[in-house]
Design a binder for this molecule. Sequence first.
Ligand code: ATR
Length: 275
Amino acid sequence: MKKLFGVIGDPISHSMSPAMHNDLFHAYGIDAHYQPLHVKKENLGDAIRGLRAIGISGFNITVPHKEAIMPLLDELDPLARAIGAVNTVVNQNGKLKGYNTDGSGYVKGLLEEISSVRDKKVLIVGAGGAARAIYFTLAKEGPQLLDICNRTVSKADFIVEDCPYLVPARALDIQEAEKILETYDLIVQTTPIGMLPDIQKSPLSIHNLKSGTFVSDIIYNPLETQLLREASNKGAGIQNGLDMFVYQGALAFEKWTGIEPEIKRMRDKVLKQLG
Ligand code: ATR
């Protein structure tokens, strides 16, 4: 019988996950379908009960359900529990287990571009859900320093305090970080600033950026943000958010099927969707 997968969110029509995963099922000869599922906040409990009842094989969860889904699952991966958000669920013989592949997807994509995080001084910009997932996963890699700056410093403080891995770290405001930008080897931008339609905006001034720094922005729409353009002009290495999106999907696909999918195929499919 055809297996069913999907992604739950609100809104959901813009999601590129269905095209990406259905293409992979086709490519690997798996009799399965991946469906976008529009679920409003107040209906999440009913939706999960329904998906259990029909024996869904696995699903992704996106905005605004990544936190609210947690108490509705039977088991949580320890990293997902620490992050406090789930983006991937696997149905293991009737038990729903939640994982977070956002942070690990980010780090996997990053390590395609830079050799290691262990020798790096890192700055994360932003302190929302994506920042939290990336912060904890990068902390696990053991960088020399893992600072985080945010408009609301208290939110950055919470992330530093909650981090389950011991690493030298400070929570800063944006201006403090801007002043010492040349001390960082890796800067990770996680806020929505610079996303369509506000493509001229950048979350911080990079006046003090040194050319050897690698700047990574998790935005992929547009593919080159104002921040990345400025960083590239200063001689920095850059990476957009396409890799994080593709690798979080690849890690989910692997959990569902045991197959490590071809990244280039996935990237090409998403680029085609982006137009
Ligand atoms: P996600 O869960 O997708 O990561 P989020 O939780 O909405 O997104 O977090 C958005 C991040 O972008 C936050 O760090 C937010 O800063 P605050 O914590 O101060 O709200 C940051 N952000 C969003 N809009 C911003 C703006 N106009 N200026 C500065 N920071 C902004």
